[in-house]
Write a protein that binds this ligand. Sequence first.
Ligand code: AGP
Length: 592
Amino acid sequence: MCGIVGYIGYRQAQPVLLNCLSKLEYRGYDSCGIAVNNGHLRGFKDAVRVEALKAELPSLEGSLGIGHTRWATHGKPTAINAHPHFDCTGKVAVVHNGIISNFEELRLHLLKEGHTFVSDTDTEVIPHLIEKYYQGDPIGAFQTALTRLEGSFAIAVLFEKYDKLLVSRRESPLVVGIGDNETVIASDVPALLEYVDNVIYLEDGDTAVISKDGVLIEQNGAAADRTVHHVNWDRSKVEKNGYDHFLIKEIHEQPDVIKDSLSGFFGSQEEEKDSLIDSNLSGLTMLGCGTSYNACLVGKYIFEELLGIPVRVESASEFMQRGRIISSPVVIGLTQSGETADVLLSLKRLKKPQVKILVITNVPGSTASRIADQVIYTAAGPEMSVAASKSYMAQLIELFKMAFTSKLLDTATRERLLKEFRSLNVIVQRVLETEREIAECANILARSSTAFYVGRGINYPTALEGALKLKEISYIHAEGYAAGELKHGPLALLDEKTPVVALVTPEEVYGSMVSTVKEIKARGSPVIALADERDDSIASIADFVIKLPHTSGIFAPVVNVVALQLLAYYAAKFRGCPIDFPRNLAKSVTVV
Ligand code: AGP
């Protein structure tokens, strides 16, 4: 978790590095720093955000440099622990994302040999190891040092009086952006978009030597050919474009995300498709973390309801801890970043000839996409806010598309639902138009220290997602609960200071949701109900009603989640929270 960048080319490195780092702050922002090499190596770092570092920095001349933005794992977020880290001579500078699991042992050896450490980080062993092995050949020293490292890493190294950038990766992501007479490396594509359109996703174990003349990639001592991918992400998607926060911009992008996800879908869904969820499938396992896990739960309802396939949903962080792995013939991994360590480890454990792995991810070339037997790329575009919104929407749309293209779905249901599916972007746009009313309800949440979100059936995962959104960006404690479970315990917590957000959408669960709302009201809790625009009776029971466009029950997750995203956003805004950069969180969780 942390972002690294590097630059070599014709521009001054300092502004490029800082610009790229600012696009990577979603990966961590406890502290940051850069080092620039123009024959002489100079570094600067502090426990501040990138914007503040810009103001503090002296001008570091040179067109070769590295940078880092940190999410602390080993050692507190202080200036000393910030990257780059140096060897004893100050002639080797290193930035690192990942965890060196054998750093204590290495550090002890290096201390015995007389090396001096200044930080509490695991990373600092890397420049000292390189120093130890350096005998006039930077590449050799780097490669020997790599053989001593255990754990995960993406590393970039500068040597004084050496005009090349050395990088390597194992498990942590690293992308090499190829421009005209310049190369930019970064942990993730959004950081590079301003400078390059073509990227190489380094493979596990790759080492690259990057000079002004180009990039040489090696794996196990042999030259490795890697595909150059053209990235056609819209650059404006990595800017706020007048919005106060990335999150609200990304919430508003959702109608377009739906349109993009459906582009080319209508007309083609009748075609014969080689789908993993058709042929005599006895069961499906879906896994993910956080918001992607919640999307899996929605997927379970979609596939079980529409296709009659039994679906098991696993939280990847739990699944990877299991002793015995019992797998279905098909596994679907959902991950926006494609780099979530818990998901990657789970998928690696599941990878067997008799198991087919399908990954739904937003990042082309991400590690998860390379583990998969089949990949579906979501059409969310780059998501900059730590809190996921449009990527969740894009995941839901892909799950619906899978169900609608399955031969297991009966024609009448397909035809009825496809009509609505086609206009979901317009329906979501209408939810966005209720923003002002939702913001008023958010005021109630903003004044509370705890809240409940309840739903039944397909709306239960949306209750979990709404609560997760509120927690992560507003710091208000929130519980997402299956409405029917309230009476089995949590009802004891309800009082007039505990607002409850109830998802009261029509169809099968409507009657039982109304009973739940009455139970809640009997305990004095204020109820904010999300209800169908055609529902005239809920207003007499709930305190506040957010009226949402009518849809079939199966599409309720699409409509409801947008309202809950807005609710969380405005609650966080009223509380003055740093919405795009919630404390203690990073967008890609690349550690377990
Ligand atoms: C979402 O708002 C969260 N920030 C987080 O739960 C996220 O969904 C989770 O870390 C999984 O990430 P992934 O989709 O990139 O695997």
